[in-house]
Design a protein around this ligand. Structure first.
Ligand code: FES
Length: 286
């Protein structure tokens, strides 16, 4: 064995040192590209403050719609906002940070994106993903990262990750709101119908529910703190069934995480394109 391959915990010293012979770098590279693309798109879309509404569709990046700026193109009607129009002082924030486009700080998305962002940021799966792909500490199993030192886990700077269980409570509320928005997307001017946008919004709510209901914290909340679960005549109790369902989703949590992430971006993109008149929504109303 060469000098460089001084074995510490099964791998050599120096960034990227490993005895692995597979293409371990593909996973972190794809993760880096995928998450970067989503962060760039979501930031851009959230800062637009416009074209997030195409009757009866509402972009999930703007839901729940607390306030609206009715002067923005492609904005939802006033009566779709929980609290109506933004208070007048809100518009003064525009231009506070030079270089940002108009409405970048006064967009309705600015009020709500922190909740899904916090949920994803502290998700057990995403932690693994971005620790590896962005922080490279380490980039993969049995591969030396950029830092060599004592492993301190999530005890100091990363202690905030423990907030995940609280972010979950908000995420559960968001699922109800997005499910309601998906339902509303089947009604235009009070008339039932189906459009491509209705289907896109419904899939979005389902994928986000699959991701959220498979959350590790939710699984713990349902059954992780119990030493046993009661059974009724050999049949699983409701409680046990809920825990089994959550566990089943949890087993594919990474898949749900990626599918729901992609679909949120796609849903916003689709509604934005319809709102801007770039594409025509196929539906039963027109
Ligand atoms: S662990 Fe991923 S959403 Fe909770």
């Amino acid at each position: 064995m060469s000098d460089q391959l001084v074995q510490i915990g099964g791998h050599g010293r120096g960034f990227g040192a490993t005895t692995r012979a597979d293409n371990w770098w593909i996973g972190p590279t794809l993760t880096f590209l995928g998450l970067s693309a989503f962060i760039v798109y979501a930031s851009w879309a959230g800062m637009q403050g416009a074209y997030y509404w195409a009757d009866p569709y509402l972009s999930p990046m703007y839901a729940p719609l607390l306030f609206v700026d009715p002067s923005a193109p492609g904005s939802a009607p006033l009566d779709h906002a929980w609290f109506g129009e933004f208070p007048s002082w809100w518009y003064a924030l525009d231009g506070v940070l030079p270089g940002l486009p108009k409405r970048a700080l006064t967009t309705p998305a600015a009020l709500i994106l922190i909740f899904p962002a916090a949920f994803r940021l502290t998700c057990y799966y995403y932690r693994k993903a971005y620790y590896r792909a962005f922080a490279l500490t380490p980039p993969a199993c049995a591969v030396q990262g950029i830092r060599e030192g004592k492993y301190r886990g999530e005890t100091h700077l990363l202690l905030f990750q423990n907030l995940h269980r609280y972010a979950l409570y908000f995420a559960l509320v968001f699922i109800v709101i997005l499910a309601y928005d998906a339902l509303v997307s089947f009604f235009k001017d009070g008339q039932f119908g189906i459009g491509v946008g209705s289907i896109v919004q419904t899939i979005n709510a389902i994928l986000l529910a699959g991701y959220t209901f498979g959350c590790h914290s939710l699984r713990h909340l349902i059954g992780g703190r119990k030493n046993w679960m009661t059974c009724d005549g050999g049949k699983a109790s409701t409680h046990h069934r809920l825990w089994l369902g959550c566990s089943r989703l949890n087993g594919k949590h990474m898949l749900w995480a990626w599918l729901s992430l992609f679909w949120v971006g796609f849903t916003d993109f689709y509604i934005r394109m319809v709102s801007m008149g770039v594409i025509t929504d196929l539906n039963t109303w027109d």
